[in-house]
Design a protein around this ligand. Structure first.
Ligand SMILES: [Zn+2]
Length: 252
């Protein structure tokens, strides 16, 4: 969906229930910046199809907003087509971690016959672990897409690798899992120290006063729904810091 002059969201890409995941892209005059690639090669193909249809002659550049597999699984589709992939310096996953993710995914299949057939392999068809390349993000970084600038902001907390992409001219923020719409935020990758870091990232995002936010998961938020979403995630984090426990996991 088109959300502003140069910004688009690709919502509802599949992952294990209850999760669907978002991606998006920003179209400059010369470069199209793709934000996340979905959970598998097929999602990568979908995002690529939309991104290249809007301005077919543009160079494609990919930015991973975090390291979790539902955000990077389509990287391979783009790499096969020569696109450079950017990500946080620590966004580097191992083959063993990817194997474990696929096994966990398969274990969530409710039907025993499908589970025994290993039908996760159908979900991950052609999906090869593809990490961001050599140009790694270690600080806030400005990208010129031609007539349009995007600021990559370090917004750690959900994981240390979380980035946001801010299109100031259109007041659009791609927040990855720093923000989440509808779902309870996933705090299970860290403990109280990481959650305090996350709260500081929320301060940073709130100060931007975005008009539209594409969160990592759930519906695109606009207007007064944006500060409400930020308040919801903040309340979850503050409650967890106070209790020392993630609302969905083990003691932090
Ligand atoms: Zn996510």
């Amino acid at each position: 969906m088109k959300i502003s002059e140069r910004c688009y969201a690709v919502t509802g890409l599949g992952y294990s229930p209850p999760w669907c995941v978002n991606a998006g892209f920003v179209v400059g005059d010369e470069t199209t910046l793709v934000l996340d690639t979905g959970g598998n090669w097929l999602a990568g193909a979908t995002v690529h199809g939309y991104a290249s249809a809007v301005r077919p002659a543009n160079r494609l550049l990919v930015l991973n907003l975090e390291k979790h597999f539902d955000h990077i699984g389509g990287n391979g589709y783009f790499a096969e087509r020569g696109a450079e992939i950017l990500g946080h310096a620590a966004c580097q996953r191992s083959a063993a971690e990817f194997r474990e993710e696929k096994a966990e995914f398969n274990a969530t299949i409710p039907n025993a016959t499908r589970r025994a057939r290993g039908e996760a392999e159908a979900f991950f068809v052609n999906t090869r672990l593809t990490n961001p390349g050599e140009r790694r993000i270690t600080e806030d970084t400005r990208l010129d897409l031609g007539g349009c600038e995007v600021e990559i902001l370090l917004t750690p907390g959900h994981t240390p690798t979380n980035l946001s992409a801010w299109v100031a001219d259109e007041r659009v923020l791609y927040a990855g899992d720093c923000l989440i719409s509808g779902y309870l935020a996933n705090l299970d990758a860290g403990g109280p120290e990481e959650w305090r870091t996350w709260l500081r990232s929320l301060d940073r995002i709130a100060a931007l006063e975005p008009r539209v936010v594409v969160a990592g998961h759930g519906a695109v938020m606009t207007g007064s729904d944006v500060p409400r979403m930020i308040r919801n995630v903040r309340a979850t984090l503050e409650g967890a810091v106070k209790a020392g426990v993630s609302p969905t996991g083990e003691r932090g």
